[in-house]
Design a protein around this ligand. Sequence first.
Ligand code: RB5
Length: 152
Amino acid sequence: MKVAFGSDHAGIELKLFLMDYLKSRGYECIDYGNYDPNDRGDDYPVPGRKVAEAIRAGEAEKGVLICGTGLGISLAANKVPGIRAAVCSEPYTASMSVMHNNCQILSMGARVVGRGLAQKMVDAFFEASFEGGRHQTRVDMITQIEKDYERS
Ligand code: RB5
């Protein structure tokens, strides 16, 4: 599976750690930036958008986004139609974000979680499968909101 990674300066160290981890488990990892941990003026919407658009375009199946809190970068990704990015700080929500919400992107805060917890969330996210059924109906309702606003 191809996985798109993105972070701002706050998330670069954790991003590289998780990329190595997933590579060791056989995943193909693509880094969409940012790349300089000392560039404190970089902007999290840039990698958030790039990763979301890569998934929308089929360049990658899933994504991992990291900023200081995981919030700003997920907000940017969630503006791309069809993309569902979940901010998580423990494995249960990471797992459920796939099982019930069919999220393609796991987002987290490098200033919130440590490496061990981040690794467990990645395991939970990538081992989970979407359950479909009534959950598909609800995800379709989210997609419908996007479509309604496209028309206005
Ligand atoms: C950068 O200082 C910080 O605002 C960013 O990493 C993120 O936490 C925003 O949501």
